[in-house]
Ligand binder design. Structure first.
Ligand code: HEC
Length: 188
């Protein structure tokens, strides 16, 4: 009797230490720090994106669209990600690039929250992953030149988009609408 109690107790200790090794409990202070980091990285990336829109717009016409098609390839995303030791993504339910689709359950739940509350948040997911999400809106009329209705998008731009992204779903938006979300995952 005594012996089995001791064994049970040891087993309990072993199991609980095993679990705490998998998922570290964050303090409120740590959570705040992750939110602050997520805010500054996404603000910076948003700035880069807007600068690219402005540059592309100055070129005008078809070049305008080409400049944007390479958005994901811009080395700055990679260098920012490496600098902060994070992974940066832009996701949407109506994605243009197939890589930007919402695929996992955690991302779908996050998208629901973004749609309902329209504000950024940080969470530790059941898997233990540390992730920050933030809404991306159609914040200026220029966005409509590539994501608006057929009246907003020039025909040569639309042709190029369709050529590069045959499964494009990222059109038909209007000013101020929710377009997608930033996802910043902190490497551990
Ligand atoms: C010149 C055309 C153009 C303009 C202007 C433009 N975009 Fe895009 N956008 C694209 C292309 C092309 C992609 C796909 C990029 C890729 O391959 O990752 C894209 C992708 C995105 C994505 C990632 C999700 C997806 O659909 O793949 C978001 C979010 C987004 N754009 C938001 C915006 C916002 C907000 C603006 C205005 C500030 C804007 N875009 C202006 C062409 C444009």
């Amino acid at each position: 009797m005594q012996k089995s109690v001791v064994i049970l107790f040891l087993l309990f200790i072993a199991l609980s230490s095993c679990q705490s090794g998998q998922k570290q409990k964050l303090t409120e202070q740590q959570k705040k720090e992750y939110v602050a980091k997520g805010d500054s990285i996404s603000d910076f990336m948003q700035g880069v994106l807007l600068k690219n829109v402005a540059t592309a717009k100055n070129h005008g016409g078809t070049e305008f669209a080409i400049g944007f098609c390479n958005m994901n390839a811009i080395p700055i995303t990679d260098s920012v990600a490496a600098l902060y030791n994070v992974q940066i993504q832009r996701l949407s339910d109506k994605n243009r690039n197939p890589d930007n689709a919402i695929k996992t359950l955690d991302d779908s739940l996050a998208w629901q929250k973004i749609k309902n509350y329209s504000s950024s948040f940080f969470e530790q997911q059941p898997s233990g992953n540390l992730v920050y999400y933030k809404p991306i809106k159609i914040g200026m009329p220029t966005c409509l030149k590539c994501h608006g209705s057929s009246a907003d998008i020039e025909s040569n731009t639309l042709a190029l988009i369709n050529e590069k992204y045959p499964e494009d779903r990222a059109v038909g938006y209007s000013q101020g609408e929710l377009r997608g979300m930033w996802k910043i995952e902190f490497n551990q």
